[in-house]
Design a protein around this ligand. Structure first.
Ligand SMILES: [Zn+2]
Length: 410
């Protein structure tokens, strides 16, 4: 049985505040992948690794690892430190600095070996979760290096320009015994319930359709109502039925969004002849996603028949839910129970995270701390400092438990 590890809240919060300065704008942060603040912050983190005896390693994707000095197969902890074009200060950054503090504590106290990672480009400047896609083997180096961002910059050119990436070696996820990610919840559940820790059971999956409704464009003054093939009134009927039928089968965790609508020709004196919209559904259960897809297809066919329209569906996105590892979930639950008795819960993650990419490769789990007001991807994003610190200790305790079970106590 390993000893208990006591993390240093003041030191952790000071480092988290220091990372915030890279790309700080008001209360938020602008630090997209490969921007000068992103590169500067990675170099700063390299120095932090060296100062506590973690060996820095950059891989070809510019993912930055801190490798422990203790023998044994390390547990990998981390998240991402790039941000959205207008990001909050904690999204990703929290998980990286938390990992630094836990690994540092293990280095000092002779705890189990813990490695740290800051994945590159989780926030989709090139593609969603780019760095962890490469690390987990879902993306080859050639494909990675050919990706471009909105400014037309090639990933390969930006990576090759870094002296740190001279002849970088890829790291195999099999070097690590598990991957643990801490993140702010980015939703309101914990905050509203007055709870401190969420243990993630599943990262929800999604399905998305591009819906095309085709009728007959015509004169708005001369076309009698009975003879119209109006794409907009058809759309109204379609989403009303969809809303009714989704609601009938929904669990508290099912969500759906018709987020984009384009009407053609979008003019006051023309009966609209065509309409495109997106229908997106998210849920932690595969069968629930399948049921929602079936409803969408059935309602589309019914509406088309009733309204004399053509309605076609094209599936544009299908991401299956990803379950977290049972042993990791139990370790987090034990740690949450002893640090935050009565103030934690098991829950799904509604947002995508790097952990999704690692889960098929090594035992993987996630924990959340609350987001004040549920706000994220915005400058207002924040979490109580005592909750930030509580999460670090929960992670340290989970690592101790897990290292005992995995037999890699160094
Ligand atoms: Zn994030």
């Amino acid at each position: 049985m390993s000893q208990n590890l006591t993390t240093n809240s003041d030191r952790f919060l000071a480092d988290l505040d220091a990372l915030r300065e890279f790309g700080k704008q008001g209360s938020g942060v602008v630090r997209p992948a490969f921007s000068p603040p992103d590169i500067d912050s990675r170099r700063w983190l390299t120095g932090k690794f060296e100062a506590c005896g973690l060996r820095p390693r950059w891989d070809p994707a510019a993912n930055l690892f801190g490798m422990p000095s203790q023998p044994g197969k390390p547990i990998l902890i981390g998240s991402h430190s790039d941000t959205q074009p207008e990001g909050g200060w904690l999204d990703g950054a929290y998980g990286v600095i938390l990992a630094l503090e836990v690994a540092r504590t293990c280095q000092e106290a002779g705890g189990p070996p813990v490695a740290v990672v800051s994945f590159q480009d989780e926030e989709s400047a090139f593609m969603p979760m780019t760095g962890s896609c490469f690390f987990s083997g879902k993306l080859s180096r050639d494909t990675l290096y050919d990706l471009s961002n909105a400014a037309g910059q090639r990933y390969g050119d930006l990576a090759s320009a870094l002296p740190e990436l001279e002849e970088p070696e890829s790291l195999d996820p099999g070097l690590f015994s598990a991957f643990l990610e801490a993140h702010i919840e980015q939703g309101p559940v914990l905050d509203q319930a007055g709870e401190i820790i969420g243990v993630v059971e599943t990262i929800v999956g999604s399905r998305q359709f591009e819906v095309t409704i085709t009728g007959q464009q015509n004169h708005a003054g001369t076309t009698p109502m009975a003879l119209r093939q109006d794409a907009v009134t058809g759309f109204a009927a379609f989403i009303t039925k969809l809303e009714e039928q989704f609601t009938e089968i929904a669990t508290p965790r099912s969500v759906w969004t018709i987020g984009r609508v384009d009407v053609r020709p979008n003019a006051p004196s023309i009966v609209p002849g065509a309409l495109n919209c997106s229908v997106q559904m998210r849920d932690g259960s595969l069968s629930q996603l399948d049921a929602m897809c079936e409803i969408t297809q059935k309602v589309a066919a019914q509406t088309a028949a009733e309204r004399n329209l053509n309605i076609s569906l094209l599936e544009t996105k299908a991401v299956d839910p990803v379950d977290m590892d049972d042993q990791v979930i139990e370790a987090f639950c034990d740690a949450a129970g002893s640090n935050a008795p009565g103030a934690w819960r098991r829950m799904p993650s509604g947002a995508l995270h790097d952990a999704m990419n690692l889960a098929p490769r090594i035992p993987t789990g996630m924990m959340f701390v609350p987001s004040i007001g549920g706000v994220s991807h915005a400058f207002e994003e924040d979490t109580e400092r005592e909750h930030l610190a509580a999460g670090v200790q929960v992670m340290a305790d989970a690592v101790t438990r897990l290292a005992d079970q995995l037999g890699n106590t160094g």
